[in-house]
Every structure is written in structure tokens, then in C-alpha cells.
Design a protein around this ligand. Structure first.
Ligand code: FAD
Length: 481
């Protein structure tokens, strides 16, 4: 039965995986007070597929097998598939109060990219990768697996390639080739959802040269494979209540420093082994799908910034002021431009071998750059409209205290009829979203996740038809072509 239940998913994580949090090995990630929040957040993916009001979007029926699968595994064949994928990513993230679940999104982005690059390698080098990728895709789809992708290496000196580094382990590499597989060593960083995934993909992070051959490696392994150690980020180890932190009390994603301590990978799970010319194309193919995922999961975030700004302006009685309408109209344009760009990137897709619809790379990157480079301006407007209570408000315990609760109710109301409790709920939502640890997390996520802003600019310059534009300018200026 391809669709798993929440219980089956949780049980699959109780497998002896080596996860460390706050200096201690975690015995069971599903029962850990902080990682458990990330596990429950990821469960949204499975509960949505089981929910009659979301089921049509969350699953697809494959006439070829007669089975029903999670729609995330649908290989996009046209813009309609991409639009539905984008809608599903946005809806799951909306249920997660702006936090993406990622456990199927990122892995399928990687699977789509692996299909394309494996096909290309097989045709040009005579390798036999595509069949292995297709078998592995079916394994993930048919077992409804949660997946993480470790692409970003720790990288050491950013100006040097892997072979030029102070020591050889700043990028993951092959240290031994055996008849039945390879042994890999190194570390990846910022790997999202690893503590609660079933499969872990590893792919290169950059273009490589011939001397980097050992670093040209892509594979997938079960997350509990011996030698894999996951050291969780400590960015927020609090367990807040739902009043003070309406988002983070229920929704969280966990990143790890992911160590590969001489890990054995069997041949059937190896998708790149030394073909250094294909490291860059694989890295880019993954990132292009993943940036489409990114702009899709940013949509609920910009919507909530917009909605909460409108709401707090109303509760504070400032919604008719000129400067407020100016900021609200800026926020609407910011959000709606991203919405439109995401749709058009899906509509303007191209078909790539072996039959996969790829969203417009140029438009995806412009959309991502639009989102990321304006994100801090959006935060500034929302924080401006909300006021300083974002960081100075009393908490739930003060509201519930017999001595102080009445003071807070009496003094912290908004415009007529708006109770202090309701106003604080909205302020706490905006605080969680824009200031507290989650706000900081989202701000860094905006700048760096799915590649830094500079990487987006490089791609836009590469994808733009500058020759056509220059020839138009030459013609308009009246100079020879
Ligand atoms: C919350 C979060 C989740 C993430 N999840 C994942 C995940 O699941 N899987 C995964 O693989 N990655 C993940 N990432 C990693 C993300 O893709 C990287 O953060 C991003 O690519 C930037 O890399 P970096 O953090 O090493 O920063 P750096 O690469 O060090 O970037 C810092 C600055 O250095 C500049 N720079 C870097 N190299 C050069 C150079 N050669 N020349 C000039 N300038 C340079 C950059 O442009 C940037 O301005 C995640 C990141 C975040 C923040």
C-alpha cells in the first residue's frame, strides 16, 4: 500500500539512527521534546493525504500501476503537473503556518534531477545509471518515504575547489571503491529534515575538475546507515506554549551537520561515481527544481506577512493612515508578484529528456531573487505597523496570573472592542514570524536556502538572452550588427 499513515511514518523513524542534540545522543527522535515537534510537523504530509478535503490535491492515481501515490512523487510531464505540485507545496506549508514540511519536496527535486543527468550520462558515456535511478524512485514512491538531501558541503576555503583545500575532507568524497559499492567520507552541512527522514540523498554542491574526481559522487542511503552521524542545530532548543509562540510551538524543521564516517554505499544506490564533468550539471539541475519548490513554499509566508500586517493595522486603528496604506500596498505587490512569477515559471516550462517538465530556470531565479532581496524590507514594514510590543509584550503566564492578568487586559487593548488577549495573539504571531528565533531562521532561510542570492544572479545572467537584447539595442542605435 503506497500511502503511509502518520503512525507508520513515526514508527519508521524508530530505527537506531545516530542523531545528537544538545550534546547527547537521542534515543528516539519521535519522543524528543524539540525534534518531536519537527516530526509532528512533518506528519502534516501524511495527514493531508488522508484528509478528504485535501486528498485530491495530495495524491495521484497512476493508471500504469493502478495505485495511488503521494502527488509529490508525480514526475512532472507538463505545466499542469508543475502547477499542481506548486499548489500542494503551498497548501502543505500553509497548514504548517508558513513552514514547509520538505520531507517529500526536496527528495523528489533530487530524483527529478537524477533522472535527467543519469539519462544524459548514459547517452554520452555509456553508463547504466538511469535504470538505477528509476528503481530507486519506485522504491521511494511505493514506500511513501520521507527524504532529505545533503548537497551543501562544509567547503572550507570557498575560493578553492575540493582538491585544493587544507585537508581532503571539506567535501564528501569516495575513499574506497569495492566490487559491490563505494566507501565515502566527509560532512555536509545545513541538511534539513535529516533526523526525520527515511532516505538521505548526497549530491555534489559545485562544478568540479578532473583533479576532483573522487568528489564527484551521488548516492542515497537509509538515514540509519552505520557511520552516518547527525548533529542537530541548536538555533532554538526551547519548547514554547501556543499563545506566546503560535508557530514554533507546533512547527519546526531540524537541520544537521551530517557526518559520513567511512560509510558503505552499495552499487545499486550510487548515481555518480567519478564522472566529474557531471557534478556541476547535477548540482544545478537539483537546484533549479528546488528553487521552484522554494518559491512555492514562500507563498504562504508572504501571504501571512500581508495578512497579519492588515490585521494588526486594523486592531491598532491605523488602517486608514496614508503611510500605512502605502506599506500595505507594497506588501500586497510583493506577495502577488511572487505568486504570479511562480505560476508563469510553471506555465513557461520546457520538456527535457527523459521526458520531464522543468520550470523556467530564468523565471524561477528572478522570482527567488525578488523574494529574497525584498524580504527584509517586508519584515521592516510589518514590524513598523505592529509596534514595539513585538519584543516587549508580557507572556501567557502574566495573563494567567491573578495579580497581573487584569492589568494586561485593561491596558493592552487596541481600538474599541479589541481585547488585549486577541491583540497579543496577533502580535505574538507576528513576533514569532519576524523577530523571535523562528523570525531569524526565516530571514536566513530567505537569503541562503536553495543557494545564496549571488547564485541566483549568476543564473539570471546566464539564462537571459543578452545576445538578442544587445542586437535590439544595436539596431535601435543604428550601428552594424
Ligand atoms: C535553514 C537552511 C536550510 C538549508 N537546507 C539545506 C538542505 O536541506 N540541504 C542542503 O544541501 N543545503 C541546505 N541549505 C544550505 C544552503 O543551500 C546554503 O546555506 C547556501 O548554499 C549558502 O552556502 P553556505 O551556507 O555554505 O554559505 P557560503 O557559501 O559560505 O556563503 C556566504 C557568502 O559567501 C559567498 N561566496 C561563497 N563562495 C564564494 C566564492 N567562491 N566566491 C565569492 N563569494 C562566495 C556567498 O555568495 C555568500 O555571500 C540550507 C540552508 C539554510 C540556511
Amino acid at each position: 500500500m503506497p500511502l503511509r499513515t502518520v503512525q507508520q511514518y513515526k514508527a519508521s523513524l524508530q530505527d537506531g539512527r545516530a542523531v545528537y542534540f544538545g550534546g547527547e545522543r537521542v534515543a528516539d527522535v519521535t519522543k524528543h521534546p524539540v525534534i518531536g515537534i519537527a516530526v509532528n510537523h512533518a506528519c502534516l504530509d501524511y495527514s493531508l493525504a488522508d484528509d478528504p478535503s485535501h486528498r485530491d490535491l495530495a495524491v495521484f492515481n497512476d493508471p500504469a500501476t493502478g495505485e495511488t501515490y503521494s502527488r509529490f512523487f508525480r514526475i512532472p510531464l507538463n505545466s499542469e503537473d508543475l502547477l499542481l505540485r506548486s499548489r500542494l507545496i503551498a497548501e502543505t506549508t500553509r497548514q504548517g503556518k508558513t513552514l514547509v514540511t520538505l520531507i517529500k519536496e526536496i527528495g523528489t527535486d533530487c530524483l527529478f534531477a537524477l533522472h535527467m543527468i543519469a539519462d544524459h550520462m548514459d547517452k554520452h558515456l555509456g553508463t547504466g545509471y538511469l535504470g538505477k535511478v528509476q528503481d530507486f524512485y519506485r522504491h521511494c514512491r511505493d514506500n511513501d518515504l520521507a527524504m532529505s538531501v545533503a548537497q551543501t558541503d562544509v567547503k572550507g576555503d570557498r575560493s578553492l575547489g575540493p582538491a585544493g583545500q587544507e585537508h581532503p575532507d571539506y567535501y564528501v568524497r569516495i575513499v574506497e571503491e569495492r566490487a559491490d559499492g563505494i566507501v565515502v567520507r566527509g560532512a555536509k552541512v545545513h541538511t534539513s529534515v535529516t533526523p526525520n527522514s527515511n532516505e538521505l540523498f548526497v549530491i555534489p554542491t559545485r562544478q568540479l575538475s578532473a583533479e576532483d574526481r573522487a568528489y564527484a559522487v551521488a548516492f542515497a542511503i537509509p538515514t540509519n546507515t552505520p557511520g552516518v552521524r547527525m548533529i542537530c542545530s541548536s538555533y532554538d532548543d526551547s519548547v514554547p506554549n501556543a499563545f506566546d509562540r503560535p508557530i514554533t510551538s507546533e512547527h519546526r524543521m531540524m537541520e544537521t551537520l551530517t557526518i559520513f564516517d567511512d560509510v558503505f554505499v552499495p552499487n545499486e544506490r550510487v548515481f555518480l561515481k567519478g564522472e566529474w564533468q557531471y557534478a556541476g550539471p547535477l548540482a544545478r539541475a537539483f537546484v533549479e527544481f528546488h528553487r521552484f519548490t522554494a518559491i512555492s513554499y514562500k507563498l504562504p509566508l508572504v501571504d501571512l506577512l500581508c495578512g497579519s500586517a492588515h490585521l494588526i493595522a486594523e486592531l491598532n486603528g491605523i488602517d486608514r493612515a496614508g503611510h500605512v496604506r502605502d506599506k500595505l500596498s507594497w506588501l500586497i505587490s510583493y506577495a502577488e508578484t511572487l505568486q504570479a512569477m511562480t505560476r508563469i515559471a510553471a506555465i513557461e516550462c520546457s520538456m527535457e529528456a527523459p521526458g520531464i517538465a522543468v520550470p523556467s530556470t530564468k523565471l524561477v531565479n528572478i522570482a527567488k531573487l525578488h523574494f529574497a532581496s525584498n524580504y527584509h524590507q517586508a519584515l521592516s514594514h510589518v514590524q513598523d505597523l505592529t509596534g514595539g510590543l513585538l519584543v516587549t509584550a508580557p507572556g501567557l503566564a502574566d495573563l494567567d496570573n491573578a495579580d497581573t492578568g487584569a492589568d494586561i487586559e485593561h491596558y493592552l487593548g487596541g481600538k474599541k472592542g479589541v481585547s488585549a488577549r486577541d491583540r497579543l495573539r496577533v502580535i505574538n504571531l507576528i513576533s514569532d514570524l519576524t523577530t523571535a528565533s523562528f523570525g531569524g531562521y526565516q530571514a536566513v532561510l530567505a537569503i541562503h536556502a536553495e543557494g545564496s542570492i549571488e547564485a541566483e544572479k549568476i543564473t539570471i545572467l546566464r539564462e537571459y538572452d543578452s545576445a538578442g537584447a544587445k542586437s535590439f539595442a544595436r539596431w535601435a542605435a543604428g550601428i552594424a550588427p
